[in-house]
Structures are given as C-alpha cells and as structure tokens.
Design a protein around this ligand. Sequence first.
Ligand code: PLP
Length: 440
Amino acid sequence: MSHLPNLDHYWLPFTANRQFKSMPRLFKAAKGNYYTTIDDRTLLDGTAGLWCVAAGHGREEIASAVAQQLRTLDYAPAFQNSHPLAFEAAERLAQFMPQGLDRIFFTGSGSESADTALKIALAYHRVTGNPLRNKLIGRERGYHGVNFGGLSVGGIAGNSKSFGNGLAGVDHIRHPLDIARNAFTRGLPQDGGIALANEFEQRITTLHDPATIAALIVEPMQGSAGVVLPPVGYLKRLREICDKYGILLIFDEVITGFGRLGTTFASDYFGVVPDIITCAKALTNGAVPMGAVAVKREIHDAFMSNSPANAIELPHGYTYSGHPVACAAAIATLDIFTNDKLVERSAGLSGHFELAAHSLKGIPYVKDIRNMGLVAGIELEPTPGRPGARAFATYLKCYEMGVLVRYTGDVIAISPPLTIEKHEIDRIFSCIAEALTELA
Ligand code: PLP
C-alpha cells in the first residue's frame, strides 16, 4: 500500500464521508478503460468515471492540447473580453447539436448548465413580452445537478429536503418507471408513453394556467435516479404539448450527450428536438470541468433583437465560461469523437451490451434490468429496512474483484467508456453476477 494521505481535511461530495474514510478507495492513475488504485490494483472502469470519460482515460490528444493552451493563454476575462478558442469551441459544438440549436453558452458543469438553461427560459419569456410565464416543471426522479434551479426542478427528495426543497414556482410530473409492467424490457418500454405524457397536459391545465409555464425540463433518459427509460412516443408527445401551450422544452443531456445512447445526442435518438439542450461531462472527456447550453437560434436572436442597443442581453455568466483550457480540451475531445467514430462505435456495441446486461436475469436479487445504448441499470431487491445496502455491498465486491461499477439507491448503473471492448463488457456483467451470487 502506498502512502495514504491525511484524510481529515477533504469533505467529499455525495459521499458517506465517515464510511469512506474507514475504507478509502483512492485512484492514482488511469489509462484506456482502466484505473490504477494507490495500492497498485487495476480496475476496469464500468462507469466512465462519472459518466464522463467517454473516449477512455489518458488521451494524449487532450493532454497535449491542454498543456499547450496553459502555456499560451491560461485565462482570458470571460466578461467584455474573450479569446478565439471560445468561438471555435462553440462553432464545433454547434455542429454536434441537432440542427437549429447552434447558439452556445458555456458553463463550468452540468449543474451550471441546468441553472443557465432555466434562467434563459425565464428570461426569454420576459424579453418576448410574457413575464407571467415564470413557472418551471421538472419530473419525479429527475436529476439536474445541485444548484438551486436544478435542485428545484429535480425530483429526488433526498437531494432537496435538506435545503428547503428548493425554489417556489416549480412543479413536477410523474417519472416513467413502471417495473410491474415493464420489468426486464430490452430497450424502451413499448406501452403507456402517450398516456403518461398526457398527464403533463392534464397537470398544467387543471392545476396551473398553462400560460404561466415557462419550461419543462427532462433528461431524455434519467441516469442518476437509476436508469429510467422513456416509453416509446413519450418524449414526442411532451414536445407536442409544449408546442401547443408555448412552453419551452429543455433536454438535460449531461449524461445522454456525446454518443452514450448510440447517437450523438438523445434528441437524435428520439427524433425530438427540444428548444434548449444542456451538456457537460463527455464534452471534455471529463478532463477539464466544462458545461454548455445549446439554444435554438430564434431564442438567442429574440434576446438580441428585443434588448436595448448596448445592453447586456442576458445578465448571467461565470468567471470560467469559455475558459481557454476547457475550450482546448473540448475541441480535442470533439476531434477524438470524429476521428475515432465513437458514436458509431457506441451504436455498434449496444446489441452486445444489451445481451450481456440481460444475462443477469435470474441471478439472486435482480429485480429488473433496463438498458439503452451503452447504459444499463440493474435494480436489486433491497435488503429489508436498509435501502441501498445491497447495491453498496455489490459495488464493494465488484471493486474487490477489479471492476468499478456505480450504485444509486438499489440500482447498479453501468456506463463504460465508449472505447470499451466486448470482452470487457462481458467481464463487467459476469463480475456483477459473481458478486450477487456470493452475497446470496
Ligand atoms: N444533469 C444531469 C442529467 C446529470 O446526470 C448531472 C450529473 O450527473 C448533472 C446535471 C450535474 O452535473 P455536474 O455534476 O457536472 O454539476
């Protein structure tokens, strides 16, 4: 075991700190699809870090772009000044977005992207003469990061109840998970999508005045709350309802962007174009913090044409919006996506991945398996009275066996780098099977 640092001072995010510090799990290096721990063990990365290292670890192209940028221009003021790479990164990212969403606002994370998107939606209605459209709708089990806007439209009570449940003026619609009806479905559930989406219309027309709703925000596939997939037709119907009532539709694609589902964005997968898309994570392959919000050109242009000349059209932004080093990392990452055809690679592997994931049916405690692209959620029977304990024990066993998985509640979530090989996919799922069998 190499030297353990002093663990006292660092307060870890979203972590049971006392438990973690009693058995720390520290990484010291990463290359390709593998981590190395401080005690020199190798771990297969079944989670692409935190859904972010899509192109595999330790990419030289990103490292050298970042190093060169740091030596050339380490920082430029983000307000009232800029630098050419920010414009280039925006242009390049716009080419990855669905057609029409080609105006880009840079942020530092997925949480900042969510709050930025919500603020743009509210400000858009104000700038176009509809200041009464100021309510935001999210979904149960939604995760849009941890800042106040995202927290409020998010639908995970455990994340919001310590903070007064977030902002007022927010409502939520039902999540689409229905294990009783859809357990072990391969890919998207076939039924119930339209009826479920129609509940959105029912809610805004009976409990609200639809003319007061600014935006609906959804993750096309809910990742953090345990891999919840939309039934066929559901997202399309949400789009129709938003159009009918003049409500902006925001897709939070922080997880689903950049090939995770086998298409560039989930919007492409579903053939549904929202008004605003948020992204982060794989935008820089996780190497440098960065997020972005892509906005339909008409929305952007409404700010430009309706604001007084020389006025700041959107009083919003971050010191690190369009940071030169993050832009260099993003451009290098987008180059990798193109050169290595990572989206096509993800699509090509998804059939094998689906079979491997569903091979866990019948293994002890496996209650449901959900999959889409290179994402799988394996829902476990909880240990009575100890929610999450079974998934945590499974995670630890897999860790001991050399595979990094993620757990959220009693769901094991798998989202490997898109560079994963078939034999590595097999290893991830056989490791989970072995772990669960040992625990039984
Ligand atoms: N939105 C979604 C859908 C996410 O999955 C996440 C993080 O997992 C976020 C927002 C928040 O991103 P960040 O942790 O970079 O703030």
